[in-house]
Design a protein around this ligand. Structure first.
Ligand SMILES: Nc1ncnc2c1ncn2[C@@H]1O[C@H](COP(=O)(O)OP(=O)(O)O)[C@@H](O)[C@H]1O
Ligand SMILES: [Mg+2]
Length: 234
């Protein structure tokens, strides 16, 4: 395949009559970690929902693995290797950690063995017989990410994975994401934690009012105080 793994061109997305994304263009190369940043309400989750087919764009194109995604549905995209870890951690509260992982392996052509997940998240192995509802916030987030990773996605998208977690848990999850990246995992990460996100990403896009207002190397944005002040600081 030549060209990026994922490419959005002139994408416009609406909630009813409310115009949420304006001509959004972005691309993600195979093996890249791409950050999508922006203040609350900037359009980050809407961008991910648009890619996932939860909220199909009214105009524009989305290309994945060299082909246009015409009628995207979350199921079809999952089959093609796209996994989204949404903002609200979707785990089964009344199932154990191990049952949650086992279910995530179903309907997946080549899932990872559960043992691989326990190597990445030793804490989940310690907690494997605990019900989802008894996990801490950090453990729930680990399980939520693990349920996506076990399906060996070609593209992993994380919506605010560090939100509401203690700094030590954020550090742990950052190490996990960095480790996945080192092994070649393609990742789109949406975050309000700009510093954490830029430390992980190769490239970054900044959204404001549903528009891309900045794109470039993550390292350059780290030093670009002016752009950070205008579009990112709270
Ligand atoms: N379900 C919805 N219905 C209507 N408007 C929505 C809905 N979800 C989000 N929006 C609006 O779309 C814009 C972008 O929201 P969102 O993508 O959730 O922002 P972010 O994830 O960057 O915080 C905001 O103005 C928000 O109020
Ligand atoms: Mg959001």
């Amino acid at each position: 395949m030549s060209g990026p793994l994922l490419e959005l061109e002139q994408v416009n997305t609406y909630y009813g009559e409310s115009h949420a994304l304006h001509d959004v263009a972005l691309s993600v190369g195979e093996g890249e970690v791409v950050a999508v940043l922006g203040r609350n309400g900037a359009g980050k989750s809407t961008t991910l929902k648009t890619i996932m087919g939860v909220l199909p764009p009214r105009s524009g194109t989305i290309r994945y693995a060299g082909a246009t995604i015409a009628q995207p549905t979350p199921e079809a995209l999952a089959q093609r290797g796209i996994q989204l870890v949404p903002e609200d951690r979707r785990i089964f509260a009344s199932l154990t950690v191990e049952e949650n992982l086992t279910i995530a392996r179903l309907s997946c052509a080549r899932p990872l063995p559960v043992a691989d997940i326990y190597r990445i998240f030793p804490r989940l192995e310690e907690r494997r017989r605990s019900l989802g509802r008894f996990l801490s916030g950090g453990e729930q987030q680990m399980l939520s990410i693990a349920r996506a990773v076990i399906r060996a996605p070609r593209l992993l998208m994380l919506d605010e994975p560090f939100e509401g977690l203690a700094p030590i848990i954020v550090q742990h999850l950052m190490n996990v994401v960095a480790d996945l990246a080192k092994r070649g995992q393609t990742i789109v990460i949406v975050e309000q934690d700009v510093e954490a996100c830029l430390a992980l990403a190769d490239r970054a896009y900044v959204l404001s009012n549903g528009q891309v207002v900045h794109e470039g190397r993550a390292a350059a944005l780290r030093d670009d105080r002016e752009t950070q002040r205008r579009y990112l600081s709270v």
